[in-house]
Design a protein around this ligand. Structure first.
Ligand SMILES: C[S@@+](CC[C@H](N)C(=O)[O-])C[C@H]1O[C@@H](n2cnc3c(N)ncnc32)[C@H](O)[C@@H]1O
Length: 215
């Protein structure tokens, strides 16, 4: 949400790499139906473009649908322009809607990965921010659609009003996911107290690995 020194930021690069790994594993499972990649916070479209390029370069591009959500038309316009500039405009479906509606708006297909980049639109209205209630509603809906080995990533920030509370709610929720079904990782700034940020990765374990986790 704050301007990274270089793009993608370290945490966004980690999130992208987790998404890439999840999609590769799921495409290998050769699901009988297409699967979904979701950008839950389109913003300026960087993550949507990453997902669209990933879908386009997938072994079976027609089997990967990309959906992006944002509550701001300005964000969707910026995302559409960025996609078009990269020749990816035909790949992503943009929803002018909050991610809390993802459960109702997404097609009934398995989800390979979803990315959240929380907070406000850089260079936009800083009063329009993601909220704990909407974020957790969306995460719950997306986890229920996640394929085995799928991943949901959440890049959180604590430097803006409400950011620390959102991070706290998210981490509390993530800690409730049972270890026999989920790998939950939190990668957080370890040398900054003010405006620290972090990345939570929620991976759905395939059944065999889930059995191993129970010992
Ligand atoms: C940090 S920006 C996202 C950056 C973006 N992923 C990118 O790659 O440029 C956060 C975005 O979340 C959006 N947002 C806020 N509440 C939302 C909600 N309930 N559903 C979807 N998007 C929301 C804001 O409008 C803002 O554009």
């Amino acid at each position: 949400m704050s301007k990274p020194l270089s793009r993608p930021s370290l945490l966004d690069a980690l999130a992208h790499s987790a998404v890439q790994r999840a999609l590769a594993a799921i495409v290998k499972q050769a699901l009988p139906t297409p699967c979904l990649l979701v950008d839950a916070t389109a913003g300026n479209g960087h993550d949507t473009c990453f997902l669209a390029a990933l879908a386009q370069n997938s072994a079976t591009p027609q089997a990967v649908q990309v959906h992006s959500f944002d509550v701001q038309q300005a964000a969707l316009d910026a995302t559409a322009a960025r996609l078009a500039a990269q020749g990816l405009g035909h790949i992503a479906q943009l929803h002018h809607a909050g991610h809390e509606q993802a459960g109702q708006l997404l097609p009934a297909l398995p989800l390979a990965a979803a990315v959240f980049n929380l907070g406000y639109l850089p260079s936009g209205d800083k009063q329009i921010v993601t909220t704990p209630a909407n974020t957790l509603t969306a995460v719950g809906a997306l986890l229920s659609k996640l394929a085995d080995q799928g991943v949901v990533s959440l890049h959180y920030y604590t430097g803006h009003a409400g950011g620390a509370a959102e991070a706290k709610a998210l981490l509390a929720y993530a800690a409730t996911l049972p270890a026999q079904g989920w790998r939950v990782v939190n990668c957080h700034d370890a040398n900054r107290e003010r405006a620290s940020e972090g990345l939570v990765l929620l991976e759905k374990l395939p059944r065999k690995a889930a059995r191993r986790a129970t010992g």
